[in-house]
Design a protein around this ligand. Structure first.
Ligand code: PLZ
Length: 453
């Protein structure tokens, strides 16, 4: 098939109708992608990087198709966003219908029902059987910023604690909350004040029980900040960019109890873990914690930019009228997409599918680990599983091996993402619409890449 025909076909035929196959018709990037990426170099600043050297033209099910007609297996979901599957028919239809009706009035000017419906759904679906309210924003970072604003207003306190290996965004306050300097913070200071860092529970590296790790963090917060000065702690129940770090049992509940006893707002950043990703609607459920506030984004709207802060009504109501908002927050098209996505999350067996995917990923990766001591740890929940690569002698992080495996897999048409403070983790975040055969083929390719590295 001529390249042009392939491109035209894929432009008009995205979503689950795409052939579900790994098929490389060129080396990556092919000539069309290479030409587009050359224009990127001229038109887009170097600071905006990319992982996979292709220009996407269609995606759906478990594949991303590029401008040359290459079909790649998607094990990244655009960083945990296309959870229900790219161009999901229910979302595409809801977006088209809303775009034909009205695209924007600004919720702060002329409100509309879909925003309120999304808020009602979030209030219902998030953990905690108390009165809740939700406010909508555009990005995960913006949700985090607003959660901190709300917690400060509610408590009348200023200090905020984030954790080692934490990631919360790229805006000024969220850079301050984010732990890792390169590439997120280096040279971009000064950072927002009154942000402190506490040690995380990282069982593979610290060997501490959950309660002991919590005790270490609490004692540091009490000594260095003082509970009476602390507005909030913010933590990802499973850390995403930091390396899919799953805290030891008891760590999060002990922190939440301490917060409650001291009038500190406990904020769970579920931007990456939320909406069925971990085999639960929210990862907080895995650990039996009920956050005061939850930030969400990514999977919430099937790829449309939407984010939210949801939490206890009395905390959410702390702000004076007009104190929260933004031109686009809760845009009607994004809300229509979110309502369609939430319908899928609740009614189409997506949580069960995340659990099945988690079983396939975990069994395969632990089997690989038993043959290959360079895999130091396999961890995660549901469709959020990672392998940490180490020097088998010393357990030291092996970022070079990790990068080599990821690059080799991508060159063979499998999109995998790395993460981790030490850059030594490959994370698997497939869309839940991927079939078992493609998932297993993707894992085969990663296994071959590791064997060859
Ligand atoms: N909180 C827990 O994972 C976004 C960003 C990757 P935005 N993570 C992926 C990158 O290199 O920029 C994220 C997250 C958690 C907040 C955010 C920020 O969400 O929608 O990217 O602003």
């Amino acid at each position: 098939m001529a390249l042009l025909d392939a491109e035209t076909e894929h432009r008009t035929q995205g979503g689950p109708g795409l052939p579900q196959q790994r098929r490389l018709v060129t080396d990556l990037p092919g000539p069309r992608s290479a030409a587009i990426l050359a224009r990127k170099v001229d038109a887009v600043p170097a600071g905006v990087g990319h992982t996979v050297p292709v220009a996407a033209v269609a995606a759906g099910g478990g594949v991303v198709v590029d401008a040359d007609g290459n079909s790649l297996i998607d094990l990244g979901s655009g960083i945990a966003v296309a959870t229900v599957g790219n161009a999901h028919p229910k979302i595409a239809a809801a977006v088209a219908a809303q775009a034909a009706q009205f695209t924007h009035t600004c919720f702060m000017i002329s409100p509309y029902e879909s925003y309120i419906e999304v808020a009602e759904a979030l209030n219902r679906l998030t953990p905690g059987d108390f009165a809740k309210k939700s406010a909508l924003f555009n990005s995960g970072a913006e949700a985090v910023e607003n959660a901190i604003k709300i917690a400060r207003k509610h408590t009348g306190r200023q200090a905020v604690v984030a954790f080692d290996h934490g990631y919360h965004g790229r805006t000024n306050l969220t850079m301050a909350l984010t732990a890792k300097s390169m590439p997120y913070k280096s040279g971009f200071g000064p950072f927002a004040p009154e942000v402190y860092r506490a040690p995380m529970s990282y069982p593979f590296r610290d060997g501490l029980t959950g309660p002991d790790a919590a005790e270490r963090a609490i004692s540091q917060m009490e000594k260095q900040i003082g509970a009476g000065n602390l507005a909030a702690i913010i933590i990802e129940p499973i850390q995403g960019e930091g390396g899919f770090i799953v805290p030891a049992d008891g760590f999060l509940p002990a922190l939440a109890d301490w917060c409650r006893a001291n009038g500190v707002v406990f904020i769970a950043d579920e931007v990456q873990t939320g909406f069925a990703r971990t085999g639960h609607m929210f990862a907080s459920e895995i650990f039996g914690v009920v956050p005061d506030l939850i930030t969400t984004a990514k999977g919430i709207a099937g790829g449309l930019p939407l984010a939210a802060v949801t939490g206890r009504a009395e905390i959410m109501d702390a702000s004076h009228a007009g104190g929260l908002g933004g031109t686009y927050g809760g845009n009607p098209i994004a809300c229509a997409a979110a309502l369609a996505a939430i319908d899928v999350f609740e009614n189409d067996g997506v949580i069960e599918r995340a659990q099945q995917i988690g079983t396939i990923l975990t069994e395969r990766l632990t089997a690989m680990q038993s043959q290959d001591p360079r895999i130091g740890d396999v961890r995660g929940h549901g469709a959020m599983i990672a392998a940490e690569f180490v020097d088998p002698e010393t357990n030291a992080p092996d970022a070079a091996l990790t990068a080599a495996v990821a690059q080799a897999a991508i060159a063979q048409g499998v999109i995998v993402l790395t993460c981790g403070t030490y850059g030594n983790v490959i994370r698997f975040l497939p869309p839940l619409s991927i079939g078992d055969d493609l998932l297993i083929e993707g894992l085969d390719v990663v296994a071959e890449a590791l064997a060859a590295a």
